[in-house]
Design a protein around this ligand. Sequence first.
Ligand SMILES: [Fe+2]
Length: 202
Amino acid sequence: MPVRSYFPTLLYRAPLQSAGLTRLNADLAAECRQLRDFDAAGRRWSAKNYPGGYTSYASMNELHRFSSTFAALEKKLLRHARAYARALEFDLRGRTVRLSDCWVNIMPPTAAHSLHLHPLSFISGTYYVVTPRGCPGLKFEDPRLSKFMAAPPRLPTAAPAHVTFPARAGDVVLFESWLRHEVPANRVAEERISISFNFSWS
Ligand SMILES: [Fe+2]
């Protein structure tokens, strides 16, 4: 066959660690909820920009610098991010992958996070802390979608234009920061908690 595939999009998903996730996630969930109670500026920002939910994205987005629990998470995330950067065949020119931003997202029922990407970063990701059964996953969009123009629809056997990773507590998901993604509305009664982050190379 004279046709080959080029320009692949690589996504990463793995358990953060092989054991001890229940305890770690309980500690993280407690800190995330404490943060929401404490962070009045973040609650105000979320009321405008993250309807129905809470995010510390605009108020406390360097949590790994202020909390030993998050600093321990940073160490573990870096192992995954460095493995992903190797799979992407980045030449870091003597630099290394670092965690630049790290923030909390709490999505009660009805909260959603519309389609977006993460500017000013090269690898981004999410770690799942509390994922009630039936809560929404992370939906990625084929980066070629805006360029399909006059193409006909594709057969059911073709790769889909969207792929959704289920949210599973204890999983790390990593993607290149330019890849657009969203979290559909949470339709279950309990809140979903995740921690998102960006990496730099410096
Ligand atoms: Fe995101």
